[in-house]
Design a binder for this molecule. Structure first.
Ligand code: NAD
Length: 498
């Protein structure tokens, strides 16, 4: 057996081992015999070194002209583009999503890098006339300093890029801690940044667990902003740990997203949307459509077709072009799925319509595979309709009207994404107005965000910020307002007005 490659941390422009002298394994969830590599199991000392490097680099990086920062980002985007296929294959191997989706993940990082490189020549502020003569005023963006980026495994290159690229283009420096399940995709992104010519210390990369790296990082006194994407439970811990120091926090958390299918919907289109939303990325998307709310007049037809399509899905290794749904990321996540299947079976009236079992035989013997699973006759308040499962489990719920459907969509703790299938423009507009989520689709699934509009959710999905789009600039900068008085005399705003 060839020895597994050992990957290092990236601190102050050098690839270094952790002081802990320990590593952790990165294994393929489709075949756990496949050891991908060993990554540094870092500790507080590594975090301190990374933050210090980022703090020192900030002084020159903030003064580096933004259009020149952009030139580096453009080069990074070109490298990502050139290596897209290699990076997508690495991603599928380490986290299981089918290759087409992994290519999409890398593409999203490419898009975000080009997009934010464009911001090197924008970052517009405002100028507006003063109420006083011979006075000029304007607003400019300032970087914050050292930003801690803590990311999940389900979009292992896209999500880090949503944070990293706006942070860098605005003149911040970064310490990046990726999820323990997907350090290779994070490494690939960091390597592309190094090759693109990012100066030493501007981006630092420390692998390891949430408690050993994430916690010391988010509480470090020199970290000015924590940008976190992950579960609501950990997001709450981040919010609490950072509150007393008034660090900026940007939290993107869980979801319990819904598709509403009206009686005038194109049913086949809605079924395709529900399949993609429910089982794409094995249901492991924050925007996954884990609830489908269907008008009673079409629920029978919809459910029959939906179940038939789910049954026919080819589950397997994401690297096989025939595979339509890959494995769960790890044993723990698979256990959560199985636990919720049991919860669903015990709910009073809910009916298991298809799936419900772990796949263990033949090609599935060494991976974390589960059948695509659908429950019917689910009531909106049941646990499987309220709690984020993060796996291939969909709850079908009946509604009698548009208003009831919207109410069901809104009555969960989360507010990330939702959609409606209807041919009636009036119904579509009512839903667009009344659904309280950060993202809403008409005649499309709950999935499909583009990088140049804001991404994020309401309620327990987020804390009021948005990633991507122009909104990301507000997360990674502060406004400074400048007043220049060239009248040569003391002028007082408001008071001088006759
Ligand atoms: P997670 O919360 O377990 O971990 C996220 C990151 O936080 C990882 O890097 C982890 O190591 C780190 N972490 C864990 N405990 C920590 C601690 N105590 N202190 C500091 N850091 C800690 O989430 P996950 O399992 O990686 O990802 C799945 C979750 O992410 C789901 O809930 C999903 O909905 C959510 N998600 C949200 C979005 C969004 O934009 N809203 C996008 C993708 C995923």
């Amino acid at each position: 057996m060839p020895k597994a490659k050992v990957y290092k941390n990236f601190i102050n422009g050098e690839w270094v081992e952790s002081g802990s002298e320990e590593t952790f394994e990165n294994r393929n969830p489709a075949d756990k015999r496949d050891l991908i590599g060993l990554f540094q199991r870092s500790n507080q000392d590594d975090v301190n070194a990374a933050v210090e490097a980022a703090k020192n680099a900030f002084e020159s990086w903030r003064l580096y002209p933004a259009p020149r920062r952009a030139e580096i980002l453009f080069r990074v985007a070109e490298i990502l583009l050139k290596k897209k296929e290699e990076f997508a294959r690495d991603m599928t191997r380490e986290m299981g999503k089918v290759l087409k989706e992994a290519r999409g993940d890398v593409q999203e990082a490419i898009d975000m890098t080009y997009y934010m490189a464009g911001e090197g020549r924008r970052q517009f502020g405002q100028t507006t006339p003063s109420e006083l003569p011979s006075k000029f005023m304007m607003s400019v963006r300032m970087p914050l300093g050292v930003c801690a980026l803590i990311t999940p495994w389900n979009f292992p290159m896209a999500i880090p890029s949503w944070k990293l690229m706006p942070a860098l283009i605005l003149g911040n420096t970064v310490v990046f801690k990726p999820a323990t399940d997907t350090p290779l995709s994070a490494y690939n992104l960091v390597k592309a940044c190094e090759e693109g010519g990012l100066p030493r210390g501007v981006l630092n990369f420390v692998t390891g667990t949430g408690s050993e790296v994430g916690t010391p990082l988010m509480t470090h006194k020199d970290v000015k902003l924590v940008s976190f994407t992950g579960s609501t439970a950990v997001g709450k811990a981040v919010a609490e740990a950072t509150a007393s120091s008034f660090k900026h926090t940007n939290l993107e958390m869980g979801g319990k997203n819904a598709i509403l299918v009206m009686d005038d919907a194109k049913i086949d289109l809605a079924v395709e949307g529900a399949i993609w939303g429910g089982f794409g990325t094995t249901g492991q998307r924050c925007t996954a459509a884990s609830r489908v709310i269907v008008h009673k007049k079409v629920i029978k037809e919809f459910t029959q077709k939906f179940v038939a399509r789910a049954r026919a899905l080819k589950v397997g290794d994401g690297r096989d072009p025939k595979t339509e749904m890959g494995p769960s990321i790890n044993e723990g996540q698979l256990e959560t799925v199985m636990k919720y299947v049991e919860v669903g079976k015990k709910e009073d009236e809910a009916r298991l319509l298809t799936g419900g079992r772990r796949l263990t035989k033949g090609e599935y013997a060494h991976g974390n595979f589960h059948e695509p699973t659908i429950f019917g006759d689910v009531h909106p308040e049941m646990r499987i309709a309220q709690e984020e499962i993060f796996g291939p489990v969909v709850a079908v719920i009946q509604t009698g009207s548009l208003e009831e459907g919207i109410k069901i969509i809104n009555e969960t703790a989360y507010g990330l994404s939702a959609s409606i299938y209807t041919q009636d423009i009036n119904r579509a507009f009512v839903a667009m107005r009344d659904v309280y989520t950060g993202i809403f689709y008409v005649n499309a699934s709950t999935i499909g965000a583009e990088v140049h509009l804001p991404f994020g959710g309401t309620k327990q999905t987020g804390n009021g910020h948005r990633e991507a789009g122009q909104a990301a600039l507000d997360v990674f900068s502060e406004w400074k307002v400048l007043y220049i008085d060239y009248s040569g005399k003391l002028q007082k705003a408001q008071i001088d007005v006759e």
